[in-house]
Design a binder for this molecule. Sequence first.
Ligand SMILES: [Cu+2]
Length: 338
Amino acid sequence: MPHRQLLLPVAADAKLWFEAHRMARILRSIYRRSALEGDYKVIKKAYAALTALVCLLFASGTYADQPMPWQATLQPAATPIMREIHWFEQYTLWFIVPITLFVLVLLLVVCFKFRASANPVPSKTSHNTIIEVIWTVGPVLVLLFLAIPSFTLLTAQLTLPENPDVTIKATATQWQWNYEYEGSGENPVAFDSYLLKEPDRAAAGKTDLAVYPRLLAVDNELVLPVNKTVRVLVTAAPTDVIHAFAMPSFGVKIDAVPGRLNETWFRAEREGLFYGQCSELCGKDHAFMPIAIRVVSEDKYKQWLTTAASDLPGAYKTLIAAADGSAKTVDVAENVAK
Ligand SMILES: [Cu+2]
């Protein structure tokens, strides 16, 4: 039932909210009792309930690398470049936070100490050489400390390693991605990757919303091997508009421009299902052309590539059954498809 599938995430959220609410009610009653009786055991129970509440709020089952509700930080890194980006983010915060606090303190000092009522005769000071040298040289030094690692990282992102193991071309079109594998035999593997439509979930064996989230899951994922250098050629169809190929956990974001061939690379260090999105405002369905990359072991990748050349749906079925460990889902899907 399509409407039932659409209501699943709402139901899951409502259940979590209900559980959290119930736990808060228990906590409140325990607190009231402990205030009256001062019983050590009751306080211990309160701690246990609080721990359960925290666990519940942060509970997560199996999920792919994707944005999470209330996420405030970057996605976990899956490539060396993304690890560097994590480091660089922390590094810049060591500059940004003290500077922001320092400016805030200065503003407060100005507001209170130098207010008009406390200074009936205003100072006529207009120059102070030492202060002017400090506020010129200081920011220059800060910018240098930020620029050097920043440019180093940018260079690493855009310098392609020699002899990549796999080369793929990603072409964006309004509104889907087309992927081509270079040098994959007489019948090069090439296919379109569309947003997975809700009514197609069961037939595709992708009913688990945690692994195949709404608006991020696709029909055909880009399948790539783990621990291999992948070169990605990115472009948009000649008559199309500018799109962008972005994969947050890989630290990859590059424009797909009609008539131009951009290059980027990554080396995924762990297997999994990774989600990204077109990141250039490209038109009315900009939000509906996600990117999904399935990183698998080299053996599985080779097996998939060989089968995909002649039987793409069959290749995915085998791969998904192996990855999700539930051949049953795929059997059911096959029956539904028939
Ligand atoms: Cu786009």
